[in-house]
Unconditional design. Structure first.
Length: 332
């Protein structure tokens, strides 16, 4: 393409100024590279397969790929409370082909770990939250615990003896357990696992006393009688476990915790790609089939603009800093 003669370039700018118009960029404009191309989009999930975050990611990927006309591959990179997978995305090319599907534990890690391989606010751009889902407090059917009050009374009688599982330091399952501990005023030992499936396995076997599992992961085992549900960790009961009370109903105010899953991009990803992904996700998450899938798992869509999601993350980080301090959470 021929370059504009500098003399005419100056002349055009002056003419625009005379007529009170704005001189926009008059350099040659090239068409933007269309997105997505044939390249595969990666969804990095920083937790194990079968975790609540992983299940939501796969429900989204199955439909979104068709909607965008692209292949989406879900890749699990578990460990260190989700910070390993998050670190991979933070350092990825901001080209619209790598995204992080992360849980609400994302806002906790800056206050739990002395050093992270990324900056939670500076290195990520929010696309949208995807869904919110309750955790359910489960125990082994052979544990002898029949209710929340029963568990609390036994934990109070034996301070520092009982053990509870989490899907990793700083995970949403850990945060829910810490809020419960503060509300119940009990002293128990935190046993972090690499992910939800391992935590559930040891809970079923009775090697830990309880676990605040995502309902999406525990529901089949509860129905099969392999886990006993004592309470849901939110303010209201779950429609998939209507007979299970909340921890608040069990007499523990301020014990409720909202577990959300959201999608992030590397911070320098072009805004038009982030907005296009946001629109595509919102369309998919409102699809009746997807809504039905989520409801069967006790989850509900939770959708925001990228800007509103970034604001939400900042608020959540403020709340997380207080909880970490009050609970004296530490990395085991």
């Amino acid at each position: 393409m021929r370059q504009i003669n500098p003399f005419f370039k100056i002349l055009i700018v002056n003419l625009l100024a005379i007529f009170g118009l704005t001189a926009i960029n008059i350099n040659p404009v090239y068409a933007k590279t269309p997105w997505p191309k044939s390249q595969t989009i990666r969804f990095i999930v920083p937790f194990t397969p079968g975790s609540g975050t992983d299940v939501i990611a796969r429900i989204l990927a199955n439909k979104l790929g068709d909607s965008l006309g692209a292949s989406i591959f879900v890749e699990n990179k578990p460990g260190a409370g989700g910070t390993i997978g998050a670190g991979i995305v933070a350092k990825s090319e901001p080209d619209g082909y790598t995204f992080l599907i992360q849980s609400s534990g994302h806002v906790v890690n800056p206050f739990l770990y002395s050093s992270l391989p990324y900056d939670t606010l500076k290195d990520f751009a929010g696309v949208t939250p995807l869904a919110q889902l309750p955790n359910v407090m489960v125990t082994s059917p052979n544990s002898g615990y029949t209710s929340v009050s029963d568990l609390v009374s036994k934990a109070l009688a034996e301070p520092g003896v009982k053990n509870y599982a989490s899907a990793g330091n700083g995970s949403a399952t850990h945060m829910n357990a810490e809020k419960f501990k503060l509300a119940a005023k009990i002293n128990a030992n935190h046993i972090p696992y690499k992910g939800t499936p391992d935590a559930i396995t040891d809970t079923m076997a009775g090697r830990v006393d309880w676990f605040f599992s995502p309902i999406v992961s525990a529901l089949p085992l509860i129905k099969d009688g392999k886990l006993r549900a004592l309470a849901v960790g939110t303010n209201k009961r779950s429609y998939v476990l209507p007979d299970v009370p909340t921890t608040v109903e069990a007499g523990l105010p301020n014990s409720a915790y909202i577990f959300w899953v959201g999608i992030f991009a590397p911070s320098k990803t072009p805004g038009d790609i982030i907005n296009q992904m946001n629109r595509g996700i919102i369309k998919v998450m409102k699809d009746p089939e997807v809504v039905s899938q989520l409801r069967k798992l006790g989850a509900e869509p939770m959708l925001l603009s990228p800007e509103k999601f970034d604001e939400m993350v900042k608020r959540e980080m403020d709340a997380a800093s207080i909880l970490v301090k009050e609970s004296k959470m530490v990395v085991n």
